[in-house]
Ligand binder design. Structure first.
Ligand code: F6R
Length: 608
């Protein structure tokens, strides 16, 4: 979702801005633009295409101060006139990520004062507002600060002024923004990957921070205007980890990174025969001994991870668990249980709905909170009392893959810790579970070896309009995840059902044109699942069954069996996810869609 890059340097910043935007492409966008000060004027270029199109338009553009943006439309259609940066009176330029909720009243007021609006965006009120203060002789920092006090909503901002050619102002509230510290040059960006070619020394701005940035210096202020010091951190994200290497797409690369990501996430338990609460933070033991239930809040794929965890937490740890979609929970009148552990799951840690849900839970009196997240510096991690960082590494493809499987690993560790604390885990069982976890990287590598087979299978889906995914028990959320992957990157309409629910409605959809994909682990529900599959076959539905060894489901006309290498017991949902990711990926390849940047979607959904 919208990306910001800005730079103030002695050298031409246009290549830095373009490279940064390119690296933010994964966040999702529909137009791009930049503005620099060139030959005494604000030189702006915008494009509704890709950053590559903007690059073509800017071959003659240069300047030592500039801001750039990729836009994901919220107010106003994707078009050049709505693309950022927005300008006011050819004096002020602004890029913005977030949503200004009171933009209509501000727009009316500014129009009445003579400002002419040239876009449909909420952002344009910000640039005119800053201009209205700046034209009275207020410095750019104070003009920006005065404007911020009038804004209701979320923002990350980059601001420049034509007559102030060595200074960049930035601010954040509710949307991520960081500063990059170079030698005699400074930068801003929505995330660190944009700046890695120029610096890995970054300052993560906090909520309400406003910064005044020059080539050789910077000053950061909090909401009340007090100057403060924020630490300069050296980002551990390497340039290599965000490059594509020999893979065709980031999604393919990230699917293949899963064995390593799982191994890295397991690092805290890799040499031990027992697991301790401390892996969730120093205060975890005290918190865990004070809880009597779990409330998981998340969106999308992360929500699916929560759904799997419910089976584990209730069955293995014997602790009641509910899982809610964050965007629903935040507006629902629920009954808070102060003894519940609120667990928020998020790849990015910046998802607006999940953040708001956590804030809402806290406002209702929840004190025990845990964030399971892939981004150490994210807002969610900072907000929660306890934290567990998945070690998936940067996930660039919009469709989440390695973040999901590593979330599952973290949730299984949580299950074991709670089971132990509640006296439900014998030493022997604990050792066995840890052994199974340590085997996961090797087991998932074996599943990845199925890639050529699945690539071939995908050919049969390319001309389908719909698909049905079935699973039972803890594999039902995996069916949901498989359907989500297929729909988001191949645009095939896909739905998932618990297999036992088929005859209560969706069976009516089944005919020869409806492929039915089933997750068939060798578990207690296998015989029930087989009956459900017969119901499909009897209606002429073509079955694609991802079956564990020993399931004895026979290949026959209309029934395709895809043999899984091994059955992983409780960890089976993790292994069964991988072929469904590969299936979605190869169907998308067949259909020629933009795999890493599917239409209308954004990587981190920082608006509601
Ligand atoms: C789907 C996908 C999304 C995210 C959702 C939450 O592939 O990636 O459904 O899971 O937007 O994002 P995070 O996990 O960053 O909170």
């Amino acid at each position: 979702m919208c990306g910001i890059v800005g730079a103030v340097a002695q050298r031409n910043v246009v290549p830095i801005l373009l490279e940064g935007l390119q690296r933010l492409e994964y966040r999702g966008y529909d137009s791009a633009g930049l503005v620099v000060i060139q030959d005494g004027q604000l030189q702006r270029e915008r494009s509704t295409g890709r950053v590559a199109d903007l690059r073509l338009k800017t071959t003659d553009t240069h300047g030592t101060l500039g801001i750039a943006h990729t836009r994901w439309a919220t107010h106003g259609v994707p078009s050049e006139r709505n693309a950022h940066p927005h300008l006011s009176n050819n004096l002020i330029g602004v890029v913005h990520n977030g949503i200004i909720e009171n933009y209509e009243s501000l727009r009316n007021r500014l129009s009445a004062a003579g400002y002419v609006f040239t876009s449909d965006t909420d952002t344009e009120v910000i640039v005119h507002l800053i201009h209205s203060h700046y034209k009275n002789g207020t410095c750019l920092l104070d003009a920006t600060r005065a404007s911020l006090t009038e804004l209701i909503g979320a923002y990350a901002l980059g601001v420049i002024a034509l007559d102030n050619p060595d200074q960049l102002i930035c601010a954040r509230r509710g949307s991520p923004l960081l500063m990059g510290v170079g030698v005699g040059e400074h930068f801003i960006a929505s995330d660190v990957s944009a700046l890695l070619p120029v610096t890995n020394r970054v300052i993560y701005l906090e909520e309400g921070d406003v910064a005044e940035i020059n080539r050789d210096s910077y000053r950061i202020f909090d909401v009340s205007g007090t100057e403060l010091t924020r630490p300069v951190q050296v980002s551990k994200i390497s340039n290599e980890s965000v490059s594509l290497g020999n893979y065709r797409h980031y999604m393919q690369k990230e699917i293949h990174e899963q064995p390593q990501a799982i191994a890295d996430t397991l690092e805290s338990v890799c040499n031990s025969t027992s697991i301790i609460p401390g892996v969730f933070g120093a205060e975890a033991a005290a918190v865990f001994s004070d809880i009597n239930s779990i409330l998981i809040l998340a969106c999308g794929t992360s929500y699916h991870a929560g759904l799997v965890a419910r089976y584990w937490l209730e069955e293995i740890a014997g602790i009641p668990c509910t899982v809610e979609i964050a965007s629903e929970y935040r507006y629902r009148t629920s009954v808070p249980n102060p003894k519940a552990l609120v667990v928020v799951l998020s790849q990015s840690g910046e998802t607006a709905d999940t953040q708001a849900a956590l804030n809402f839970a806290m406002s209702m009196g929840h004190i025990h909170t845990l964030a399971i997240c892939n981004v150490a510096e994210s807002a969610l991690v900072r907000l929660a009392k306890l934290r567990f960082l998945t070690r998936a590494g940067p996930e660039i493809g919009v469709a989440s893959t390695k973040a999901f499987t590593t979330q599952l690993v973290a949730l299984f560790l949580l299950t074991l810790v709670l089971a132990k604390q509640r006296g439900r885990l014998t030493e022997e069982k604990e050792r066995q579970h840890l052994h199974d976890l340590r085997h996961l990287p090797a087991a998932s590598q074996k599943v990845l070896d199925m890639e050529p087979l699945i690539a071939k299978l995908a050919e049969q889906f390319a001309n389908k309009q719909h698909a049905l995914f079935l699973g039972r028990g803890m594999h039902y959320p995996i069916a949901l995840e498989g359907a989500l992957k297929l729909k988001e990157i191949s645009y095939i309409h896909a739905e998932a059902y618990p297999a036992g629910e088929l005859k209560h409605g969706p069976l009516a959809l089944v005919d020869k044109d409806m492929p039915v994909i089933s997750v068939a682990p060798n578990d207690v529900l296998l015989e029930k699942l087989k009956s459900n599959l017969h119901e499909v076959r009897a209606r002429g539905g073509e079955l694609f069954v991802f079956a564990d060894a020993g399931t004895h489901i026979c290949e026959e006309d209309g029934v395709h069996i895809i043999q899984m290498p091994e059955h992983a017991g409780y960890l089976s949902p993790i292994l069964h996810t991988i072929p469904l990711q590969l299936l979605a990926y190869y169907v998308a390849l067949q259909k020629g869609t933009d795999v890493d940047k599917p239409r209308n979607l954004a990587k981190s959904v920082t608006v509601e």
